[in-house]
Design a protein around this ligand. Sequence first.
Ligand code: SIN
Length: 519
Amino acid sequence: MIETNYLVIGSGIAGLTFSVKIAEKFPNRSIVIVTKANEDESNTKYAQGGVAVVLDAEKDSFKKHIEDTLIAGDGLCDTEVVKMVIEEGPKRLEELMLWGANFDLDASGEFDLGKEGGHSEYRVVHHKDITGYEIERALLKRAHQLPNITILPHHFVIDLVTNHHIIDDTSKNISCYGAYVFDQKTDQIFTIKANSTLLASGGIGCVYGHTTNPIIATGDGIAMAYRAKAKIKDMEFVQFHPTALYEAKGESSFLISEAVRGFGAYLRNKKGYRFMPDYDERAELASRDIVSQSIDSELKKSGEPHVYLDCTHLDMDAFKKHFPNIYNKCLEHHINIETDWIPVVPASHYLCGGIEVDKNGSTTINNLFACGECTRTGLHGANRLASNSLLEALVYAHNIFKFHSEHDYQAPNVLIPDWDDEGTVIPKEHILVQHNLKQMQALMRDYVGIVRSNKRLKRAIKHLDLIENEVEELYKESKISTSLCELRNMINVSQLIVEQSLKRKENKGGYFNIDNVKD
Ligand code: SIN
């Protein structure tokens, strides 16, 4: 067993920012960061667009950014939270730069601000088209300089330890005492006992086979928190990014940043018709929910598998400077964007809901905090404004740090039993997990996509329950494996998405159900 002051689950922007801040301020407190892949593998690393921050006081204002966020969120944002996050933005960005993150400047030495869907002004700070990669690099570098931070890569958190694991626990409120952790290299399971635990475990893209997220985005933190009985909210608001690179064979999709549309690219159907102005006066720069739903409608009309993003009219020298990663990735796919249109299709990208937290990142479970994409803070409402998510993670990591600076959590006085896997065996048939995974992803894609209906959702829940029964049976009899635990987590997350979708009786933002359309 390891004992620590702070257990942080996840090594993206949220987990690292909190860890660095607390480690700097309290050199005698220990922080253990557990992450299931390489230490830099996270949704953060793949963020292209950037961080939305108001920096140009002449053209932009907090008021405009707040308004844009509220409009994108379609009436379901928490206005106080929106205000707090946006007004904190510049300070948090400055801190990130002090830790060594670099952002692009223009010829006059000012920030080269980008624009994305739903933004009324240029305000997206970026590092070429690999902003997340740069942030992750800088944060990890700083974390490694701090001796009270220990990072455990290739360690998978199976479950949070809460009262129900503790024999003779009589407390009425649920508390978190740490987690059971699986060392993927040695196959050992051990306990980390923590005074305070932070879930910073990222998103859920992989519940849909077709996603811009890396393969680690399996909703582990949300599923664990749900099993521990934390409140989970707004799961119906899955955001589909309008322009993932279409790959006829592959499932996982490379993102063509929304900043490319901000740079002037057009969406066209197979006939070459630029269709977005027919759907919204902001055309390609309408918010993401509207662009994705419009593409979905074009695809249903034409029966085609994708639409196109046309960059051929753009200044190519500037494009290559701004988007070198996208330019080269397209070339790898034999698409020369100087002459060819890029085939694109919407893909699952971001979850606006998640573990409910207050302004300090507190969940509904004692000693359990959450930060980043796994949370529902109230910032995004029914649809996240582009590039608001890295900002949210920075601001909430700071708030959680501040809260912990004022509240010194003590070691829990409980005896945590070891993980019990008596009677379990190494599963002989890996195909069972693979088959259930494919079934789940297919039904999420076909029944719980951009456009939903009550009939499809009800069918989805029935099938998910059957898959869940099979997987739970396998889980009870098998030695722990990451793939089985991830599948179990994804099923829980899928069930939450479907159940909460069925409860929403009004279409809002990224949620569209044909049965909610009034005649
Ligand atoms: C993008 O670059 O299009 C993604 C930015 C975001 O999801 O906020």
